[in-house]
Design a protein around this ligand. Structure first.
Ligand code: HEC
Ligand code: HEC
Ligand code: HEC
Ligand code: HEC
Ligand code: HEC
Ligand code: HEC
Ligand code: HEC
Ligand code: HEC
Length: 451
């Protein structure tokens, strides 16, 4: 009974909103180039179209959660309806056949950045340039788990691909459950576009306030190899966010979200994405970076061979510094970056390069085998040296978390190097190849998928 009442209330609310509001509706012009949506023009009209009403009517009963989120969203308030995002064009490959039992209008479940780009062209274009959008190509190029087939399809679907994005596949006109649902940042959609806008703006609220909070990034940016959220919470900035963030203003218009007025400490979004002072908002997270601190050897972004960024690190560093200068003095800001840059050098020269040299020497002497990656203990050690504590030391220094820079970072690096040195010395002394481990039944496909 309560359920019924709840559904009825949502239904009434939605209709209240949709009938009263003056609204914009879309002109569905098909563009000259098949499959590319034309930019939308608006005309002011009252009420929703009959089709659009039907979606809401029926779904308010089928999935009241979805309709309630939509009704609370900015989209509902400017009358962007279900149809504006889900209407399938003739060129869409993922038209839901089963859904034609509900309504004649063709719909598709996948709403790609290309669909959003009809109204948000700038965001979609910036996003398409970022490493977020292009991550699948990149990780297939360089990651041993994938290109050496070290994990199986299921482990990938529930792990790597969940964060990085799937290549959405259709089987007999239905979405393949190994690739869907998925909201990874570099998802390849059935229309060929890259990414998923709902990895940060969850459906169907699609809120900018949500994306400005650090938790929006935390599903992926955590754990032993990229603990940005833990680092943030441990920094003074994060501590201030936790203490008073609930009193800040989160929904100011883009470019007007102001340091010192709306908030007093930066979040991930402030430093990496938001418009701050005269630094414009960006959906390309590769901007504002001067290093590749996740790489084995830290290099400048334009020198990162698997995916050379098209940025100039000096300009990007200036942008990042301008963000800091909204709240800090130049000497405070410069001091931080001088220390950070020296930390990067310390990692490269003291830990990574010398250990890489010792490992390469073992490969040359055939005491380690290059045949497969990560099947000898020393290979795992070398991997974790840069991928785990080596990253933590660099990220901790970049984002002001001393516990990560030292205890989870350089301290662990020292310990790892001691253990590796001991093992390497032993192998050299005995002149006997390192033991190879083979966990049976764990391998996966090694063919690089087409993008
Ligand atoms: C008469 C009820 C009804 C109407 C009208 C209706 N739907 Fe649905 N819709 C459903 C049901 C039931 C499902 C789940 C099963 C299915 O796909 O048929 C569904 C599923 C969906 C899905 C998910 C499809 C998938 O493959 O995961 C989307 C998206 C959707 N509807 C959007 C819409 C839109 C947009 C409209 C308006 C054009 C609409 N619906 C109108 C009942 C309806
Ligand atoms: C601003 C665009 C937008 C609008 C408006 C919108 N949707 Fe969606 N919808 C999405 C996105 C994005 C997804 C997630 C699929 C994806 O990641 O591509 C989705 C997913 C869905 C799903 C499947 C997800 C699930 O959790 O089962 C259903 C059903 C659905 N929408 C129904 C609706 C209905 C009904 C409305 C209107 C009340 C609506 N949508 C309005 C963008 C939109
Ligand atoms: C919890 C989400 C998550 C999972 C699971 C995950 N990754 Fe990642 N991965 C990330 C994030 C976030 C980064 C960015 C690291 C950074 O820049 O700090 C990343 C970075 C990478 C990079 C470095 C890319 C570069 O620019 O150098 C590779 C390669 C990679 N991941 C491959 C994988 C593979 C293969 C798996 C599964 C074995 C996997 N990841 C599992 C979130 C994830
Ligand atoms: C990595 C997380 C992330 C992803 C993915 C993402 N956004 Fe955003 N988006 C944000 C953040 C953070 C803001 C707030 C920026 C600010 O402070 O102004 C934002 C703001 C916006 C705004 C509000 C700006 C305005 O003009 O009203 C729109 C629209 C938007 N995003 C659309 C998109 C679209 C379309 C996509 C997919 C192409 C997308 N976003 C993907 C994080 C993301
Ligand atoms: C039919 C046009 C249209 C489509 C399609 C559309 N949007 Fe929007 N969106 C709008 C309008 C209009 C606004 C309100 C802008 C404003 O507040 O000035 C908006 C606002 C937003 C905002 C800011 C919300 C806030 O909190 O203020 C986000 C984020 C956003 N859209 C994301 C998306 C994403 C992601 C998609 C695709 C899944 C999408 N939009 C599809 C028209 C659209
Ligand atoms: C759904 C998972 C996911 C979410 C949510 C996410 N990211 Fe990422 N992010 C990734 C992955 C995966 C990578 C690694 C891409 C690569 O290097 O191939 C990455 C990389 C990055 C990078 C490094 C880019 C570069 O060029 O080296 C930055 C900066 C970043 N993300 C910031 C953010 C911010 C800020 C947010 C939240 C507003 C966010 N991310 C939300 C998965 C995510
Ligand atoms: C006070 C500003 C600030 C905040 C807050 C912040 N970052 Fe950063 N972040 C930086 C700086 C500075 C760097 C190093 C930039 C460089 O390359 O010079 C960095 C580096 C990164 C990198 C490594 C990129 C690479 O490829 O080397 C990722 C990923 C990242 N941040 C994500 C996040 C996430 C996610 C959050 C929130 C949980 C966050 N950052 C919070 C300033 C910040
Ligand atoms: C919105 C304002 C704001 C922005 C933007 C900002 N900070 Fe801060 N920052 C603060 C506040 C507030 C504190 C706490 C002051 C205190 O410790 O008394 C702080 C503290 C710090 C500290 C001291 C940390 C500690 O552990 O004591 C450093 C270092 C720092 N910020 C560096 C930066 C850098 C570098 C940037 C840019 C990448 C930046 N901040 C951006 C507001 C900001």
């Amino acid at each position: 009974m309560k359920q019924l009442l709840k559904k009825a209330l949502i239904f009434l609310f939605v209709f209240g909103v949709s009938v009263v509001l003056v609204r914009f509706i879309a002109n569905y012009e098909t563009s000259a180039e098949e499959g590319f949506p034309s930019l939308k023009t608006y005309k002011v009209e009252r009420g929703l179209s009959d089709d659009a009403k039907k979606c809401i009517e029926c779904h308010a009963v089928e999935n009241p959660g979805i309709v309630a989120d939509w009704a609370n969203s900015r989209h509902a308030h400017v009358n962007v309806s279900c149809l504006d995002c889900h209407a399938a064009s003739a060129a869409d490959k993922d038209i839901s056949k089963k859904h034609l039992n509900n309504i004649d209008t063709k719909i598709s479940a996948v709403v790609s950045p290309k669909d959003c780009s009809r109204c948000h062209q700038a965001e979609a274009e910036e996003y398409s340039l970022s490493k977020h959008a292009n991550t699948l190509e990149l990780i297939w190029k360089i990651d041993p788990w994938l290109n050496h087939g070290m994990n199986n399809e299921l482990e990938r679907a529930t792990g790597c691909i969940y964060c990085h994005g799937s290549i959405v596949k259709l089987e007999d006109g239905k979405l393949d459950s190994m690739t869907w649902p998925n909201v990874g940042v570099g998802r390849i959609n059935t229309d060929g576009s890259k990414g998923s806008c709902s990895s940060c703006h969850t459906k169907h609220l699609f809120s900018k306030a949500e994306a400005r909070k650090p938790e929006a990034c935390a599903q992926c940016h955590l754990g032993p190899d990229h603990p940005q959220i833990e680092i943030y919470y441990e920094s003074k900035h994060g501590a201030i966010y936790k203490a008073e963030g609930d009193k800040w203003k989160w929904d100011s218009a883009p470019g007007t979200w102001t340091a010192g007025v709306d908030y007093r400490a930066p979040t991930c979004s402030t430093c990496h994405m938001s418009g701050v002072g005269d630094v414009p908002t960006t959906h390309d997270v590769t901007e504002r970076l001067a290093w590749e601190t996740q790489a084995p050897l830290t290099v400048r972004p334009d020198k990162f061979k698997p995916w050379p960024a098209k940025t100039d690190w000096k300009e990007e560093r200036e942008k990042m510094k301008k963000v800091c200068l909204e709240c800090h003095s130049p000497s405070w800001t410069d001091g931080h970056f001088v220390r950070f840059d020296k930390t990067v050098e310390n990692y490269n020269e003291v830990y990574y390069k010398p250990m890489k040299k010792r490992i390469d020497d073992l490969y040359e002497k055939k005491l380690l085998s290059k045949e497969k990656n990560l099947d000898e203990k020393l290979e795992i050690d070398m991997y974790e040296l840069w991928h785990h504590e080596g990253r933590r030391a660099r990220f901790g220094a970049a984002m002001m978390a001393p516990d990560y820079a030292w205890w989870h970072g350089f301290y662990e690096l020292k310990k790892r190097c001691m253990e590796m040195d001991e093992e390497i010395d032993k192998i050299l002394e005995e002149n006997k190849p390192a033991k190879v481990f083979d966990v049976k039944g764990t391998g996966g496909d090694t063919t690089k998928p087409k993008f």
